[in-house]
Write a protein that binds this ligand. Structure first.
Ligand code: ADP
Ligand code: MG
Length: 559
């Protein structure tokens, strides 16, 4: 048995890699399972063109077995296996990917389900194991081989007995240290949850012997622990299924299973795109505001999968802030991953997907608004504020996306209306979109300033949230109609003669007005006669950019 050496640089590379590529140790299981799945895929692709091979799907599976006593964890598969040469080439050469080579050789044959490409994932095993043994028998070979390594100092290869084609990777799990716990990688529940998290949608069954307490046979109260082989992964990614095959319930179950929220989703969006960038996505509009939504802890983002394997739990780049409430996942085979498969190297494809998704969310919200107003209003009550913040931020550059999704309470309709509805029913002589700000609808209703506008028969939008007025200032106008506060100096419909007559009335009562100005000096800029008042003796008005309500908010802000 000869011991072969890694080249010096490779040795350093291996050490570096083992310790620095992956941010989480648990990733090793994802990598080994992905390799096993690739190995089965290879038989599948071979069988497509090789008539002597048949592929009976139910004969192919992976198995994860932990042995606490011996501190070993084995991941075995019924895949294509490795010859002696392949063991040396693929596991003895860092960054050599047999899978990438396979994909290139079989390009015409739609080999893109294969996950491997970098030739480093296997070594992640050394993050949790101080010894790795690989026993493999390649398809069509009589002899099986055992590859063994204790990490950076090299590997051995020898002949071994193995009946069936396939590979078993056996990890000798490290002992716990003060800083790191490794025992957990021998625990059933932990292994199950890692498999669920990253490898739930691997297309072949991942089996595990799972212990459960069962009533002893023939007994009514005696229990015993029994080991049962279970399939841990759900295998078929629902996003790859045809929309017609899926029911509302399927989507709701997925939402709950994935723990996107504790509520029922208000709406789901299932996207399958086969264009410049290929991806599948299932997105959800939650019904309720997540409890931490307006807190610092809240992280927006969608789950990102590459070929069914979880790459990132919260990919923030996929969602603009104004749609941060959207939950769900994206799966694409076109992502350029970096070697840790954790972060993305070039984000061109990701940007394309994000743009695409953004458009889709907008149009789905618009159709919800059009087709199911009641539901839209439920949504809007939860997340309307976020849309308004979206208009306000980035200097209103999101206005095209968002302005049609906004709603405000209307003085005439006594309910939420869209800007489009407002503008569509404006009388011909009305020049502006009028709004009034206040603490509540009831208080706004009583504002003296609203009376004269209402008297003209014009609709007034009631702004009760701080953000409202700031947001529409960013919009500036909607369908070429400018917004105007009912408390602004010029309402845009008072006749010239009115202005003359107020001037003369002010002159006639000059003494009184001067006196009032004196008394209120420093509090108001001016005191004037108004033709706007109806049932009230007096009201405040502004003549500048900032309305009274905005002034209140601004002066309440810390300096
Ligand atoms: P990658 O999967 O990116 O190619 P890995 O380091 O994970 O890189 O694996 C290196 C290579 O070893 C794979 O490309 C494949 O050729 C081979 N290999 C690893 N695990 C198995 C396995 N279970 N069965 C067959 N071949 C395997
Ligand atoms: Mg791999």
């Amino acid at each position: 048995m000869t011991k072969k050496q890694f080249k010096a640089e490779s040795k350093r590379l291996l050490e570096m890699m083992i310790n620095s590529i992956y941010s989480q140790k648990e990733i090793f299981l994802r990598e080994l399972i992905s390799n096993a799945s690739d190995a089965i895929d290879k038989i599948y692709y071979k069988a497509l063109t090789d008539e002597s091979l048949s592929f009976e799907k139910d004969q192919y599976y992976l198995k994860v077995s932990a042995d606490k006593e011996n501190r070993t964890l084995a991941i075995s598969d019924t895949g294509i296996g490795m010859t002696k040469e392949e063991l040396e080439a693929n596991l003895g050469t860092i960054a050599k990917s047999g899978s990438l080579a396979f994909k290139n050789e079989n390009e015409s044959k739609d080999g893109h389900d294969i996950i491997g490409q970098f030739g480093v994932g296997f070594y992640s095993a050394f993050m949790v194991a101080d010894e790795v043994t690989v026993i493999s028998k390649a398809l069509g070979e009589d002899t099986a081989y055992k590859w063994g390594s204790e990490g950076a100092d090299g590997y051995t290869i020898e002949e071994v007995e193995k009946d069936t084609v396939g590979t078993a990777i056996i990890l000798k799990i490290k002992e716990n240290t003060e800083d790191e716990k490794y025992d957990e990688y021998l625990e059933e529940y932990r292994l199950k949850s890692i498999i669920k998290k990253y490898s739930d949608f691997i297309r072949y069954p991942i089996k595990m012997d799972v212990t459960s307490r069962k009533l002893k046979e023939g007994s009514e109260n005696e229990y015993e622990d029994v080991q049962e082989e279970q399939v841990i992964n759900s295998m078929v990614p629902i996003w790859r299924k045809n929309k017609n095959e899926l029911s509302q319930e399927d989507y709701e179950n997925f939402y709950t299973e994935k723990r996107y929220g504790f509520d029922k989703p208000l709406k789901h969006i299932h996207i399958s795109v086969d264009g410049a960038v290929r991806y599948n996505a299932i997105l959800f509009m939650p019904e309720n505001i997540p409890f931490d939504y307006y807190s610092k802890e809240f992280e927006k983002g969608l789950e990102l999968y590459s070929n069914g394997v979880l790459i990132m739990e919260k990919c923030a780049d996929l969602l603009p802030d104004y749609f941060s409430f959207v939950k769900g996942m994206v799966d694409s085979e076109d992502l350029s991953l970096n070697i840790s498969r954790e972060i993305l190297q070039h984000d061109k494809q990701l940007k394309l997907i994000a743009k695409n998704i953004n458009k889709k969310i907008k149009s789905e919200l618009q159709s919800l608004l059009r087709d199911d107003r009641e539901k839209y209003e439920v949504f809007y009550k939860s997340f309307g504020r976020q849309l308004k913040y979206g208009v306000y931020s980035d200097f209103g550059s999101n206005k095209d996306v968002l302005q049609d999704l906004l709603m405000f309470y209307s003085s005439i309709e006594k309910k939420l209306v869209t800007l489009d509805e407002y503008v569509t029913r404006m009388p011909e002589d009305q020049k502006y979109i009028y709004y009034a700000s206040g603490e509540s609808y009831e208080r706004i209703e009583k504002l003296p300033q609203t009376e004269v506008v209402a008297e003209k028969g014009y609709e007034i939008l009631y702004f009760t949230e701080d953000i409202d007025e700031f947001a529409i200032r960013m919009l500036m106008n909607y369908k070429e109609k400018e917004f105007k506060s009912v408390s602004s100096g010029d309402l845009g419909f008072e006749a010239e003669e009115n202005k003359d007559s107020t001037a003369s009335e002010e002159n006639e009562n000059k003494e009184l007005f001067d006196h009032m100005k004196n008394v209120l000096a420093g509090k108001v800029k001016d005191v004037r006669v108004s033709k706007r008042l109806r049932s009230h003796p007096v009201c405040f008005a502004t003549d500048g950019e900032v309305s009274i309500e905005m002034e209140k908010i601004l002066s309440a802000m810390p300096d």
